[in-house]
Design a protein around this ligand. Structure first.
Ligand code: G1P
Length: 305
């Protein structure tokens, strides 16, 4: 795939679509009453971690695709006057600053996905708000720590090639059935021309071990492809099928990002994300490490006095 003329005009990536309507069934029972996006990564809701990733990458507006019981997500990015007043009265200036900064982070828009018709349908719900611009899709289950962030990495690839980009990560054979898996040609380090994507293939018949992870940079034409799709046998419109059409009729770049990914929609991934983010914090890292060392010692040497 040729790099485009750097002087060519292109629309900047200003909007990010974040689907948040899912039920979070892998994290039950807590998700019976708490949206999984509001579960903490140390002391910050997971959704704030991904919204900050967007803000730092230059995104100006996030579009939440929401569902029943998810109102707390919008509230989190809104002003909370009662709380601010109390913090002010009590002289808690640091806390006040932190709380206020969240409401000033970014413009948010919420669009309701009225039926659980899958990820492709969720993205399609954003059509009228995204209009005719390239945009990010950010799946908040995937927390990825890297410097620069994966969103920034994808925007850089997009600016170079001018085509849609999906983030890729090699996964072990036994895990391919949890992901969209791509076929294509590797034409430069970390870059693939995507030919097709198969949603959650069985291990034996997966075309490769390159999985699509929850960061996509898409051209507005994706909406036309999604609109023409029928739900699959599970009743869902798959984003994967829209992407395959985009790859076939236009072009799609697969980009192997650098960074560590945690699937926080899964119990183990949720825990590893918390440990990893805590270890990176100056206030908590050394203490958590000390605790972990003690625990490992207890497990390794149970009989030591
Ligand atoms: C979705 C996509 C899948 C992708 C995955 C990444 O699946 O359908 O193609 O590989 O996100 O996290 P989900 O995890 O929502 O079932």
């Amino acid at each position: 795939m040729k790099a485009r003329d750097p002087k060519a005009n292109h629309k900047p990536v200003r909007k990010a679509v974040i689907p948040v309507a899912g039920f979070g069934t892998r994290l039950l029972p807590v998700t019976k009453s708490v949206p999984k996006e509001l579960l903490p990564v140390v002391d910050v809701p997971a959704i704030q971690v991904v919204v900050e990733e967007c803000v730092n990458a230059g995104i100006e507006e996030v579009i939440f695709i929401t569902g029943r019981g998810k109102g707390g997500i919008e509230d989190h990015f809104d002003f909370n006057f009662e709380l601010e007043k109390i913090l002010e009265q009590r002289g808690k200036t640091e806390e006040l600053k932190r709380v206020r900064a969240i409401s000033e982070l970014i413009r948010t828009i919420a669009v309701r996905q009225k039926k659980p018709l899958g990820l492709g349908h969720a993205v399609l719900c954003a059509r009228d708000v995204v209009e005719d611009e390239p945009f990010m899709v950010v799946l908040p289950d995937d927390l990825i720590s890297s410097q620069p962030s994966v969103t920034t990495q994808l925007i850089e690839v997009y600016e170079k090639y001018g085509q849609g980009v999906v983030s890729l990560m090699p996964v072990p054979e036994e895990e391919v059935s949890s992901y969209g898996i791509v076929t294509g040609e590797n034409w430069a380090p970390s870059l693939h021309r995507v030919r097709t994507i198969v949603e959650k293939p069985e291990a034996g018949i997966a075309p490769s071990n390159l999985a699509v992870i929850g960061r996509y940079l898409l051209p507005p034409e994706i909406f036309d492809y999604l609109e023409g799709l029928e739900p699959d046998e599970s009743g869902e419109v798959q984003l994967t099928d829209g992407l395959s059409l985009l790859a076939k009729e236009r072009a799609l770049v697969g980009y192997e990002f650098t960074g560590r990914r945690h699937d926080i929609g899964d119990k183990l991934g949720f825990l590893t994300a918390n440990i990893s983010y805590a270890l990176n914090r100056d206030d908590l890292g050394p203490k958590v490490l000390k605790y972990m060392r003690r625990k490992i010692k207890e497990v390794d040497e149970p009989d030591e006095p």
